[in-house]
Each structure stands twice: as C-alpha cells, then as structure tokens.
Design a protein around this ligand. Structure first.
Ligand code: SF4
Length: 252
C-alpha cells in the first residue's frame, strides 16, 4: 500500500509557500495592503459578480482532462506550472492513460518521460503513481467526493481538493491560487494575509448563486486583466467597484 510517500510539491497554503518570489512580490504587497483595507460592501460584491456572469455565464478552466481522474492528475501536475505547459505534456498521455489502473501499469519511470517538461516532475510523478495506487486500494478506483478523502491522497492539498470538488463534482468550493489571492486583496473582495484566510473570506463574501463559478471568474480575471505587475485597470470591468489604491492609467 502506498500512502503519502512524498512531499506535496506546491499545493500548500503555508507561509513558506507564500513567501514573495518574483511576481509574487506584487501579490504580497496586495495582501499587506488588503489586510488594512476595508472589505467591499455586499452590494458592491453582488454587482461585481453580476458583471462577471453577464460577460461569461459559463466560465471554464483551462486545464485539459477527460474525466475526474485525469482532472485530479492535471491539477496535481499544475502546481507551480502553467496550465498550457501541463496541457502540452498530458494531451497525448490522457488519450490512453485515463484511469488509476492504467497509470499504475504505465509506471513512474514512463510517466516521468511524459511530464519531464513540467517543473518538479520527479516528485509529481511519484505522487501521481502513489495517489493512483491509493485510489485503487481505498476508493474502488474512483476519485472521492469529499475534501478529507481527497486531501489524504499523495500530492493533494486543500487547493487541489477545492479545484476537483468544484470542477468535477460541482461543489461551490473556491480554490485560492496566486491569481485569486491577488484579486481578492486588491479589490477588497476578500482581504486576507494567506490563502486560507482569503478562501474563508470568499466563502462568506460571495453570494450563494455565484459561488459555483466564482473560482473561474476570479482566476481568469487575475490571469488576463488584474495581472500581478501591470493590471489592466483602464479596461477593467470592475474598475469603479475595485478598492485598489494603485490602479493603472492609460495604455497597459
Ligand atoms: S481596477 Fe485594476 S486592480 Fe482593480 S480589479 Fe481591475 S485590474 Fe485589478
């Protein structure tokens, strides 16, 4: 039986995981400012999500997968990596390897060959084989639908569990990655000093009818509009609502 054999590579909301590095300095600054800033009032939050929903009623994530199992694997591989990079590595793999049994049969060495373009690929390959074996041994080869069971799998932390619960099982969970952390703090939507604080604040702040898609709206907003170094404030959909003190002006 293989359980929790390796260290989680990145899905870790600990202070260590959120130490400023490169672009993350902008996030840390946003967080520091957010801790002092009043949160947006409920009517402003309602209006913010009304606009997100009007522009993109059914937002989707950018990771490619063919079922709940391959989604779980893709999310584990995406820690400290881009969705585009993960998709390049997994597109061919998931055509033939789409169950825990097939992954275990493939083996760690061959899996490493498929994903060697992804950061931390050695640890991730070890985790994927271990979690696949665990799914076979303890979950009938299926991806479990509770946070506790998901977090017991190798390489799966709170953020990964939240993504899987939201996308695969339609639960209103909100995974806080670097983009959500920044947007929640800058705008005043859900200020917090670490990802868990922000997640719990978002759970309280986001109106129930928007909770299902909140993760995707905020991640897309952070990735393409409210970027770490040069947020596109002049063309931002929620510029008049956002409380960020350093909005950009003119060309971005
Ligand atoms: S106005 Fe600027 S800082 Fe505020 S959410 Fe939009 S892009 Fe981000």
């Amino acid at each position: 039986m293989l359980r929790r054999q390796t260290r989680k590579p990145a899905d870790d909301p600990s202070p260590e995981a959120t130490k400023p590095r490169g672009k993350a300095k902008a996030n840390a600054a946003a967080a520091a400012a957010g801790a002092l800033r009043p949160a947006l009032p409920p009517e402003a939050i309602e209006e913010m999500f009304r606009r997100f929903a009007a522009v993109l009623p059914e937002p989707k994530g950018e990771l490619e997968y063919v079922n709940a199992y391959t989604l779980l694997v893709a999310v584990v591989l995406s820690a400290q990596a881009t969705d585009t990079g993960v998709n390049k590595a997994t597109r061919a793999l998931f055509q033939t390897v789409d169950t825990p049994a097939k992954m275990v049969a493939l083996g760690e060495e061959k899996l490493r060959d498929h994903i060697r373009t992804i950061g931390l690929y050695r640890a991730k390959a070890k985790n994927v084989i271990a979690l696949s074996q665990d799914l076979i041994d303890h979950h009938g080869g299926k991806v479990p639908e509770t946070r506790e069971e998901l977090e017991s799998l190798a390489g799966v932390g709170r953020k990964t569990a939240n993504v899987v619960l939201n996308i695969a099982f339609g639960q209103p969970t909100i995974a806080v990655d670097t983009h959500l952390f920044r947007v929640a703090n800058r705008t005043g939507l859900a200020p917090g000093k670490n990802p868990l604080q922000v997640e719990l604040a978002l759970e309280k702040a986001v109106p129930a009818r928007y909770a299902r898609h909140a993760h995707h709206w905020l991640i897309l907003h952070g990735r393409y509009v409210c970027k770490a170094l040069k947020p596109a404030c002049p063309t931002c959909l929620v510029r008049d609502i956002c409380l960020f003190e350093h909005k950009t002006a003119g060309e971005v």
